[in-house]
Design a protein. Structure first.
Length: 83
């Protein structure tokens, strides 16, 4: 089911940000060190870049005919390409 309501899409984005902030905060409260903060920031950055690659780079630079609908779709695309 695709969400089409802009209001619900903004709510979904807000909830993702809230969840990320909560999880990050709890990790830093449990282990308050500069090392933990830096590693957490690097992990978030790296996963964000991988997500960008999976959806934007593939679609705009590698295969303009394919449209992804999620990470499962991306994995299916990768395995089909290898076969």
């Amino acid at each position: 089911m695709d969400i089409k309501s802009p209001r619900l899409l903004y709510l979904k984005a807000f909830l993702f940000v809230l969840l990320g902030l909560l999880a990050s905060s709890l990790l830093l409260v449990e282990n308050p060190s500069l090392r933990t903060a830096v590693l957490l920031a690097v992990a978030v950055w790296a996963f964000s870049r991988a997500y960008y690659f999976a959806f934007y780079v593939i679609q705009h630079y590698i295969d303009g005919s394919y449209r992804f609908s999620g990470l499962g779709s991306f994995l299916q695309y990768l395995f089909r390409k290898k076969s």
